[in-house]
Design a protein around this ligand. Structure first.
Ligand code: SF4
Length: 64
C-alpha cells in the first residue's frame, strides 16, 4: 500500500519530487508553473485539490 502522508499529491500526475543536497525531498506542483492559484510547494498533506489527476495504473500485460 502506498504512503498517504502527502495526500493527493502522492499519486498526482502534476507532482515532481525535488531533492536537495541534504537529502530532503520536496513536492513541487507543476500546475503552479502556469497557474498561480496553485502553490508551488503545497502544504502537505493535500486532502482536496481541484487540479488533482491520478497517475494512470501501469498497463497490464496482455495474454497471447
Ligand atoms: S494539482 Fe493538486 S494534487 Fe496535484 S500536485 Fe498540484 S497540489 Fe498536488
Amino acid at each position: 500500500m502506498r504512503s498517504t502522508l502527502n495526500g493527493l499529491c502522492e499519486t498526482c500526475v502534476w507532482v515532481r519530487r525535488i531533492a536537495n543536497d541534504r537529502g530532503s525531498v520536496f513536492l513541487l506542483c507543476r500546475r503552479a508553473l502556469t497557474d498561480p492559484s496553485y502553490p508551488k510547494y503545497p502544504r502537505l498533506p493535500v486532502l482536496r485539490c481541484l487540479g488533482f489527476e491520478p497517475v494512470p495504473p501501469p498497463p497490464t500485460p496482455t495474454e497471447k
